[in-house]
Ligand binder design. Structure first.
Ligand code: PMP
Length: 348
């Protein structure tokens, strides 16, 4: 048990006092009764989208609950996981006072969100094996430390964090531990969402943008204790997930078997891509990946990036991130796209 953790002490004072926005029809929508809804100033002419979407996303959450094996009351959905991350900042961090801990090199949005929300971002570098430095993280905390972001598999390095390190942080970190699992479907290890009942300070985020091939609809998932979800629900915009997104996400989750097949194809392609570029002389390192991308270290990242651009291939230059000098991040594409990337890299 994490004896330092106390949810009440972490919630922002104004959020604690907040009464969330509610709509007049909330309690009737799920009753199944035929009602006449003249409460929300909608246009009555039916076109399938003239009504506001369900602010509680009940149907969608029921299906997420079944697919992801998390109770519906432990789920929040957002306009991409970026919105979920922003809600977490705004629910728990007092601007100008609190701090968070991030572990560079990692996903850039944590830092951006800390800037937007005026929260100090304490950076504790990953080790040279791209693993969390648990002692240093714990040493960087104080009474105003609210959040720790663990991105696993980590973007841009591609590796998963060690189980023992994450577990120790869940036991000893005084604030909330946000485990960002955007790439979990490509990883060999399972999700931390199965441990929600063991760790009251755990928040897991996932997304339909990667394995589910649904980046365009913007659907992010958040799994946490019912108490944490209740806090986030208080501040979420009522209609943050639109009707079309709810419908498309429902269809994508119903087709989970297809998603799994596509993931298998991408994993095979990831292996093929790493093997095919392994002998290219200017590529110094190909890092192991648990995600749908590969980080490579080259002789001169700017030069190679521009050469690929000239050939019509856009990748990501991650060289400005700490520990990532001269690195490039390659997303695994279709077989044809990967063929083009491989032959172009070989010809440079
Ligand atoms: N977390 C990580 C680690 C990511 O790489 C990304 C997207 N690149 C996100 C979150 C955001 O995902 P979404 O599309 O759900 O906002």
């Amino acid at each position: 048990m994490n004896t330092l953790f106390n949810l009440d002490l972490l919630v922002r004072e104004n959020v604690k006092a907040l009464k969330p926005y509610s709509s007049a029809r909330d309690e009737y929508v799920s009753s199944g009764e035929q009602m006449v809804f003249l409460d929300a100033n909608e246009n009555p002419f039916e076109n399938g989208l003239n009504r506001y979407p369900d602010p509680h996303q009940r149907n969608l959450k029921q299906l997420i609950s079944k697919v992801k094996q998390v109770e519906a009351c432990q789920i929040l959905v957002g306009n991409g996981s970026d919105e979920v991350l922003d809600l977490i900042f705004r629910a728990f961090c007092e601007p100008g006072k609190d701090n968070i801990i991030t572990l560079p090199p990692t996903y850039g949005m944590y830092k951006v969100l800390s800037g937007i929300n005026n929260i100090e971002n304490r950076e504790v570098l990953l080790t040279d094996k791209f693993q969390p430095n648990v002692d240093e993280i714990l040493a960087a905390t104080d009474e105003n430390t609210k959040l720790l972001f663990l991105c696993t598999p980590n973007n841009p390095t591609g590796n998963s964090f060690d189980f023992e390190a994450i577990e120790r942080l869940l036991f000893e970190f005084p604030g909330l531990v946000v485990v960002d699992e955007a790439y979990i479907d490509f990883a060999t290890n399972g999700s931390w969402s199965f441990r929600l009942n063991d760790f009251p300070n755990l928040i897991v985020t996932q997304t339909l943008s990667k394995a589910f091939a649904m980046a365009g609809i913007r659907l992010g998932l958040c799994f946490a204790s019912e108490e944490i979800i209740a806090v986030l629900k208080k501040i979420k915009p009522p209609y943050n997930v639109n009707e079309l997104t709810q419908q498309k996400a429902f269809e994508a989750l119903e087709n989970y078997e297809t998603v799994k097949e596509q993931v298998q194809t991408l994993l095979k392609e990831r292996k093929r891509l790493s093997e095919a570029i392994a002998t290219i002389p200017y590529i110094e390192t190909i890092y192991d990946s648990d995600a749908n991308f590969i980080l490579i270290k080259v002789d001169d990242a700017n030069k190679r990036y521009n050469q690929l651009l000239e050939k019509g291939i856009v990748i990501r230059n991650r060289s400005t991130q700490p520990l990532c000098e001269n690195t490039l991040r390659l997303t695994v594409g279709t077989i044809e796209e990967n063929d083009k990337l491989i032959s172009t890299l070989k010809a440079l």
